[in-house]
Design a protein around this ligand. Sequence first.
Ligand code: BES
Ligand code: ZN
Length: 647
Amino acid sequence: MKHALISCFLLLLAACDGPSNPKVAATEQLSELPKDDHSYSNLNQIRTKHLHLDLEVDFQSKKIYGIASHTMINNGADTAIFDIKGLQIQKVTLGKKGHEKETSFAIGPMDKDSIIGQALLVDVEPSTTKVNIYYQTTENSDALDWLDSSLTSSKNKPFLYTQGQAILTRTWIPCQDSPSNRITYSASVKVPADLMALMSARNPKKRALDGHYHFELTKPIPSYLIALAVGDIRYHAFSANSGVYAEKELIDACAREFVAIPKMIDAAEQLYGPYRWDQYDVLVLPYSFPFGGMENPMLTFANPTLITGDRSLVSVIAHELAHSWSGNLVTNHNWNDFWLNEGTTVYFENRIMEALYGKEIADILALVEFDELQDEIASMNQSAHPEDSKLHMELAGRDPDDAMTDVAYVKGAFFLKSLEAKVGRQKFDAFLKGYFAHFAFQTIDAIRFIDYLNADLLKKDKLSFNYNEWIYEKGLPKNCLQLESVRLNSMIQSAHLFAQGKLSFKPKYQYKTKRIHGRKRRVKTNIHTQYQDRIIQEWQLFIRNLPSDLSINKMRELDRDLHFSATGNSEVLTEWFILSAKTGYAVQIRPVLERFLVKVGRRKYVLPIYDALMQNPKTKHLASELFEKAKNNYHAVTRKSVAEIVK
Ligand code: BES
Ligand code: ZN
């Protein structure tokens, strides 16, 4: 009942929202902003300011035993509401360690589609500022991926990592799990003595001999950025404030792949002001990691598929680094404006890539994504949710992960690119730099963004821009920036030519005389090293533009000359598997496909492959057969999405 009253109160507050003032510190003025549809917490009455975690990580039972001690700002509340999902709550106490007093609590019902979980309602006094929740995780703690040693590179030590975004932190920590509130955190973590623990905080560079670690993050962050990883991990430093962590077997390759990190940090700082998180490290996780990267502060989590040997996928690191400004420093107030996190980040990522590798490459990267965006909008228009092609979404009752589409990422970035084209790069850069400084360590929604855009950029120069159409309407506005790439056009042309029976990439050979074991031999060498002549993204577009009714023979021919099935590059491989599903060739290359799907859990690859397999009656059986073999290797978020596709 108390809970129902609280909800009514919040609704009233939301209804009397006045015009927002971007000059006001968002976290201090939560009552001014709309309530988060994906959190039960009563932040207006009582909210966490600092969280201390006491954690014991038990690989035997695959459980974390924890105490979450919340230091709170209390505006006279008699109930503190937290979010939980898949957690067992043992007891709740009030007060400092040593002076704790047990208090009563209630757990609300699960929401109808099991999306946001349950409310944990704790009885507090109006003067309470310390709430300690004793709990343990369960097999339904979806944030946690417990990997048996067989799924790691070493094959002899287990691994654990967490994935908090968007609303999974509540599955491993009872907390007020809304991005609208920022907290600092500290943690004492006990792990097996042969493993190292890392968090999104200041981190050790060496293993502690007794398995005890202490962490501290003194900058306030939203709860979805709390992260933990435990495994047999090494460190390689690039500079005094950047480096990479990985398992021993991968660390040298990671060190070579990501050498550009210090340059990326420099470029980012040049563009939009100082890096505010002291240290920037990357942790390369096992293959099940569901994302390319995750911007956990001070410690980006990265997928090992980025380690290609040719640095072709480093834009993902540029992306996660860029989140240190867009997302981590200036955070979407709730998930309806996820585009403010990701769109600005994709824009920023592309600017870092341009600074390091030039405009031609940056444009190719942007165009490959734009191509995906157009496909995605076209299929959204046929779906149950055509409104998903709006930047600002209304996600009440839906999983916030539904916003994780190319619309938030690429339409968001092209909104900013188009705005840049209108006002000029110099003014636009000054605006963005000011934006990050102004909203640093605060949250923002579309309304505040528009206010700030008007005040700081458009009104000053008496400019107008159709931002409402961009943010609140479906599809792509007419003034969307058009990019051109001669190199990509030529690849698309080659794909069309191939369809007409002309392969532009036929290997050319040359014979050279070489001495082998003292004898002269004529050696055949492939002088047309077409594969290396072009960057991965060019090959992606080549494959994507091949017709989906190619014969098995044609597919075999391509594979013979261009070795797509044998490539180690997961981006190219994914395009190839999708085309193989469409053409039925997937059946011929089943072992390669199986090896990939059983090993790699990155959603961006796995979901479209299963999707394509399901679309073709000739390959449909492969989808369920391969999922059966692979599912135990996936993180819960990948497993659940694939299950939806193959059901
Ligand atoms: N923050 C996202 C990952 C994410 C989003 C996790 C929403 C859970 C919910 C991360 O920064 C990201 O965008 N990763 C991309 C990288 C790419 C766009 C360069 C990915 O994993 O594909
Ligand atoms: Zn991102």
